[in-house]
Design a protein around this ligand. Structure first.
Ligand code: NDP
Length: 300
């Protein structure tokens, strides 16, 4: 039987709809407009695209969107001063500094200068520690989106065998932690893992966050496994015309879909969930800042 396709585009639209409902409620019942500030340093084209679509979707759900675009040679002091202003701004509930930063800026220092309560990317060490100890935190958006899709598909993932391929701070590690917090039995694989195919073959859930196009093969897969493909890789596609490209994941879709029980496509899987979860995190941060109940189903 063909695998169920987990439609991230449709799911993300649903999440944004829930967020919009909560924004309306916050405005009508409490006179509060949730605000998200995005800081972009430099002119990285991919980052500019991300920031634009984040701003657009923030406005679409009814939130206040503030964008700070700084020159590539902005000093660390100037950036830290801006973050301090945003930390102290009561109309801003979420702050996101678009990564990567230009080389001369210390990424850890910058991220850890954000008020953890406004750290909607969930990268501040306080949030990492809170997540690691199973406490209420801000959860990184991409893994949160993956978790939401897994919970939606399975109901509960308790007791399932999960493999996360990749151990980055922004995807792999927090993903593994979230799966563990939901009582899955979790293995983290990485570039030094000896027999990746054998590790993947044992898993009911496979999350691939590697950055290697179509690495994960169908004959590595346990029959009926759920596959979450985080990878976004752009490949040349001369068959589509000169200079054309196509996006592929870290999973070989055709061969894996033939064996898996459910799979996320690329594009249209995890990608759209990331921005939806950024908006969800901003609502969560806003509710916490105002001592209000958090909306259900929008956080871990
Ligand atoms: P990183 O490059 O930071 O991490 C990649 C991880 O994969 C590392 O832990 C690395 O291991 C591991 N790895 C590399 N090669 C292999 C291999 N051959 N076998 C097993 N493990 C391997 O990437 P990110 O976590 O930032 O991103 C991963 C992917 O997800 C990328 O394609 C990225 O574009 C995508 N992404 C998508 C997002 C979305 O919104 N959908 C958001 C963020 C990322 P080691 O630690 O040993 O080097």
């Amino acid at each position: 039987m063909a695998a169920t396709v987990i439609d991230g585009k449709e799911f993300a639209a649903r999440v944004r709809g829930q967020v919009a409902t909560h924004v309306t409620r916050l405005k009508d019942d409490h006179g509060i407009t949730p605000g998200l500030a995005v800081v972009l340093v430099g002119e990285d084209p991919a980052s500019q695209v991300y920031v634009r679509s984040k701003g657009k979707m923030t406005v679409e759900v009814g939130m206040k969107s503030v964008e700070h675009k700084l020159d590539a040679d902005t000093s660390e002091d100037a950036l830290l001063t801006l973050i301090e202003q945003l930390n102290n701004d009561p109309e801003i509930h979420g702050i996101l500094v678009q990564l990567p930063l230009p080389q001369h800026l210390n990424e850890d220092l910058v991220i850890n200068s954000i008020d953890p309560a406004k750290d909607v990317d969930g990268f501040h060490v306080s949030n990492v520690g809170l997540l690691g100890t199973g406490q209420k935190s801000m959860v990184p958006c991409t893994p949160l989106g993956c978790l939401m899709m897994l919970r939606d598909h399975h109901g509960s993932i308790s007791g399932m065998d999960a493999v996360v391929i990749g151990r980055s701070n922004i995807v792999g590690k927090p993903m593994a932690q979230l799966l563990l917090n939901d009582s899955a039995t979790v293995t983290i694989a990485h570039s030094r893992t000896k027999d990746l195919a054998d590790v993947v073959r044992r898993a009911d859930i496979v999350v691939a966050a590697v950055g290697r196009p179509e690495l994960v093969q169908g004959d590595w897969m346990k029959k009926g496994a759920t596959v979450i493909d985080v990878g976004i890789n752009r490949l040349d596609a001369p068959e589509k015309g000169e200079g054309k490209t196509r996006l592929v994941g870290d999973v070989d879709y055709e061969s894996c879909a033939a064996v898996a029980g459910a799979i996320t496509p690329v594009p249209g899987g995890v990608g759209p969930m990331t921005i939806a979860c950024l908006l969800a995190n901003t609502i969560t941060a806003c509710c916490r800042a105002n001592g209000l109940a958090e909306p259900e189903g929008l956080t871990a």
